[in-house]
Write a protein that binds this ligand. Structure first.
Ligand SMILES: [Zn+2]
Length: 271
């Protein structure tokens, strides 16, 4: 019953199955959140929540839920942890966040949470998760900074699109199992390319989106390689159709699409 949020609105990206204990920092964050949960003051909901948040500078801060009889004055664990981060480091970005929650009396195991049951959100591996509430998602969002202003603008746009199921950023770090595609760069060497976003349009269609502010020499090569990658994957299975979409900020600013369908129409012909 915990989830791990990394960076830009991608929670929960993982059920955080800690049977892989190699990420010692993540394991520490889980312990910190589990411990913080036991400090919760939750006489009304009897649902104890603990959070651990890691800043980009490497600080780890914890928080628990604190309920008060005027419910508006209650503090959620995520907010508590993030506010502690800000108190210590100022207004900085969150790198990742671990959330642990369960009713009073239930012990959250560190290595195997298969046996813990609570009606919550199911992750792709069918583990049951606690999920940040809307209020906390807003708080998390405000301390998640994209790699560029345009990425943030696009995330904000997608968040408000009713014609997509979900989206996620492709993170270039090992914990998030990023999509990495090899391509031949303009100097003839094999290099790595990480597309920026995944957008799940419906149960059968996923767009892989490249958002570009300032264009660089290899961008066209990367996107051609992505298109080929989609073609290859689509030829090998028919469960999900992968499509590549290249969005230039300049064009985006000119046309300002109102929903994702409109964005697809505008940008699918690019390159
Ligand atoms: Zn909350």
């Amino acid at each position: 019953m915990f989830s791990i949020a990394q960076g830009l609105l991608s929670f929960p990206v993982s059920c955080g199955n800690l049977r892989d204990m190699s990420d010692t920092r993540l394991v520490a964050m889980f312990s910190i959140a589990t411990d913080a949960r036991l400090k919760a003051q939750a006489p009304y909901s009897n649902f104890l929540v603990g959070a651990a948040v890691e800043s980009h500078a490497g600080g780890i801060y914890r928080g628990c839920n604190v309920e008060r009889c005027s419910h508006t004055q209650s503090t959620h664990a995520e907010q508590n942890a993030i506010d502690t981060m800000i108190t210590n480091e100022g207004s900085v970005a969150i790198k990742r966040l671990v959330l642990v929650g369960a009713p009073l009396g239930i012990k959250v195991p560190i290595e195997n949470h298969d046996s813990v049951h609570h009606p919550a959100v199911l992750c792709p591996c069918n583990h049951q998760l606690v999920w940040p509430c809307g209020h906390c998602r807003q708080i998390i969002w405000e301390n998640c900074f994209g790699d560029s202003d345009f990425e943030l603008e696009f995330s904000n746009f997608i968040e408000g699109c009713n014609d997509v199921i979900s989206f996620s950023k492709n993170f270039q770090n090992k914990e998030a199992s990023a999509l990495r595609i090899e391509y031949k760069n303009s100097e003839g060497f094999i290099a790595n390319y990480y597309p920026v976003f995944f957008v799940k349009k419906d149960d059968k269609t996923v767009y892989i989106v490249e958002t570009k502010g300032r264009e660089e020499e290899d961008d066209k090569l990367k996107f051609e390689r992505l298109r080929l990658w989609c073609e290859d994957v689509n030829n090998r299975q028919n469960r999900i159709a992968y499509k590549a979409l290249y969005i230039k900020q300049e064009e985006w600013d000119k046309y300002k699409p109102k929903n994702f369908d409109e964005a697809v129409k505008l940008f699918e012909k690019q390159y």
